[in-house]
Design a binder for this molecule. Structure first.
Ligand SMILES: Nc1ncnc2c1ncn2[C@@H]1O[C@H](COP(=O)(O)OP(=O)(O)OP(=O)(O)O)[C@@H](O)[C@H]1O
Ligand SMILES: [Mg+2]
Length: 579
């Protein structure tokens, strides 16, 4: 409270002269003096204004001073107001007590000594002022406490909100790590199973092939054998998808013009999707090329188109488009910063709910019912994209259709005419060779030997790289070709090839492998054959290597690399000159 604000002092007396004299005495205090001629008038003033001190004449005609003081005290607002009695008659002890009981705080006897009256009134005015100041300070303090409490509550809420957000972030990160670990172990498991199945299926298919050749004119048996081969081949397709998901499939990356690849496929897609689905392809003219395996990319597109067809049983629209984009670090999950081409396939079908969308790319997840879907379509595409240095993204909502984006790294080279030329093998099987077959899996070694023998070649089997080296050294130049598995205990196929080339730099070598287990760049100019391979693929492989060997004559690079060997694509998927 402002200390300079004047306080009110009420002077109550029935005699105007006395009121005047009090007024004169107290004028020096420089406060506001209010005069009342009667108790009634005094009460009216009290109800309207706040007073620091009330000065009351004890003897008044209508209501004496004691009664007025008692009435004032009864009012809650004036419980604490200072009341000073002025008494003309001599007050005895009893009157004094009566006065204090009525609420008086002090007495001033008559005749009034001005200094005494002023001093007493000043004390109570000061007290009043101090009390008000204290009250104001108190109020201010309370207000500050209230403000601080609100601020603290806000800070608390903010803290709680942040803790909540951090907890949620942590939980989300943990869930993501968990999901990645789950997929990682699923990948390892699937890759392992697929690898073993590949070998088994190779034995099944090869033996069926050989059995078919044994009974040339038995159409009924041929039908049965064809049925068995078709079943085994479906199994082989399945293992290929599993390897793709596990990111362990053999990829043969090439520089691809995506628009051209899709253009070449549209007729086939239109046939697969039927007349109720309209296909629209949209590619900008300056789309950069990508680096990926064209056969696998075609397979991925076909899988996406079939998923779209299944989501649009009553027909609809399939849009295939592409765009080049420069991606910043962390902008797209699982994608490093760099230049990419985003191939996008959209349908106007049923779309997916949140739960389906979350699981769609997991291996073996399908909503298509037993025997209708393997649940490996999207997993294969996801694995292919990741193995090619890109990623796959799914965007879908129930009733809003689905968009699948396949991001592939942009190739730094342009698709040129010098891209691997495919050499047609026209003299395959023109002569018989002595072939050293190396595989730690006896079953595979034997079926391969059986196939080669059926092709009139002479076969020597070795069950390990060490065994193979011994054979090579013992038999010298009588071995025309080395056909080796890669993943073998002790020494890998690549290590064996390097060692063999030390003794015989020109030795033709075919490296057979079930999955992408060979580190890139660690090449010796070897031909590679993907497992499981069929009789025709093996035949073409041997013929290619030997034709090329003969064509090159002895012009062999001292490093051991047979230069100029290009992909022999007679049976495209299985063979390529590599690394
Ligand atoms: N375009 C789409 N629209 C709606 N749902 C889809 C679409 N593509 C995939 N899905 C959902 O994701 C699941 C997994 O798809 P994925 O291609 O991996 O396996 P699938 O199609 O069920 O089996 P397969 O590919 O062997 O035929 C599907 O069963 C389906 O529920
Ligand atoms: Mg599918």
């Amino acid at each position: 409270m402002d200390a300079k604000l004047k306080t009110n002092i009420l002077l109550v007396d029935d005699q105007p002269a006395k009121l005047l004299s009090y007024e004169l005495i107290l004028a020096e205090l420089d406060e506001t003096l209010v005069k009342a001629n009667s108790a009634t008038e005094a009460l009216q003033h009290l109800l309207a204004t706040d007073f620091a001190v009330v000065l009351i004449d004890v003897c008044m005609p209508e209501l004496d001073g004691f009664e007025l003081a008692a009435m004032i005290r009864e009012h809650p607002r004036f419980e604490k107001v200072a009341i000073i009695f002025v008494s003309a008659v001599q007050v005895n002890e009893i009157d004094l007590v009566k006065g204090y009981a009525a609420g008086a705080v002090d007495y001033v006897p008559v005749p009034v000594v001005p200094e005494l009256l002023r001093a007493k009134v000043r004390v109570f005015v000061d007290l009043y002022r101090k009390t008000r100041q204290l009250e104001a300070l108190n109020r201010e303090l309370e207000q500050r406490v209230a403000e601080r409490t609100v601020e603290l509550e806000k800070a608390n809420q903010e803290l709680e909100r942040r803790v909540d957000a951090r907890t949620r972030e942590r939980e989300a990160a943990l869930a993501q790590v968990h999901e990645m670990q789950k997929l990682e172990s699923l990948g390892q498991l699937t890759g392992g199973v697929a690898h073993d199945f590949n070998n088994l299926l190779m034995a099944v298919i090869t033996n069926l092939d050989l059995a078919k050749a044994q009974v040339p004119d038995n159409p009924k048996l041929h039908r049965l054998l064809d049925g068995a081969i078709a079943g085994a081949e479906r199994g082989a397709t399945l293992t290929k998808r599993m390897l793709a998901f596990a990111r362990r499939q053999e990829l043969k990356p090439e520089i691809i013009d995506v628009a051209e690849l899709v253009g070449d496929m549209t007729e086939m897609l239109a046939r697969s999707l039927g007349p109720t689905i309209q296909i629209e392809a949209n590619f900008p003219p300056d789309l950069p090329p990508v680096e990926a395996d064209p056969n696998q990319l075609e397979l991925a597109l076909l899988n996406l188109a079939l998923n779209a067809r299944d989501a649009m049983p009553l027909g609809g629209e399939l849009k295939i488009s592409s765009r080049g984009e420069t991606v910043a670090a962390n902008a797209i999950p699982h994608l490093a910063a760099g230049d990419y081409v985003c191939l996008s396939v959209s349908d106007t079908g049923s779309g997916m709910d949140e739960a389906t969308l979350k699981q769609a790319a997991e291996p073996f997840f399908t909503t298509k019912g037993l025997g209708k879907g393997t649940g490996l379509g999207l997993s294969m595409i996801d694995g292919l994209a990741a193995q090619s240095g890109g990623t796959m993204r799914l965007i879908s909502q129930v009733g809003q259709g689905t968009t699948v984006e396949v991001w592939l790294p942009r190739s730094q080279q342009t698709k040129s005419v010098s891209a691997p030329a495919r050499i047609l093998v026209d003299d395959r099987g023109s002569s018989a060779f002595t072939i050293l077959v190396v595989d730690d899996d006896m079953m595979i070694a034997e079926v391969t030997a059986a196939l080669l023998e059926d092709l009139d070649h002479t076969v020597i089997i070795a069950n390990s790289a060490a065994d193979a080296m011994e054979q090579l050294r013992a038999r010298g130049d009588t071995i025309d070709l080395l056909l080796t598995d890669h993943a073998m205990p002790g020494m890998t196929g690549i290590e064996l090839a390097a060692k063999a080339r030390q003794d015989r730099p020109e030795l033709p070598i075919i490296l057979a492998s079930g999955y992408a287990e060979i580190p890139s760049g660690e090449g010796l100019g070897l031909f590679r054959l993907a497992k499981p391979y069929r009789r025709e693929e093996l035949e073409a492989g041997v013929a290619s290597v030997m034709t090329e060997y003969r064509r090159q004559g002895s012009t062999v690079d001292p490093s051991g690399r047979i230069d100029g060997l290009k992909a022999a694509g007679g049976f495209g998927l299985a063979l390529r000159a590599s690394i």
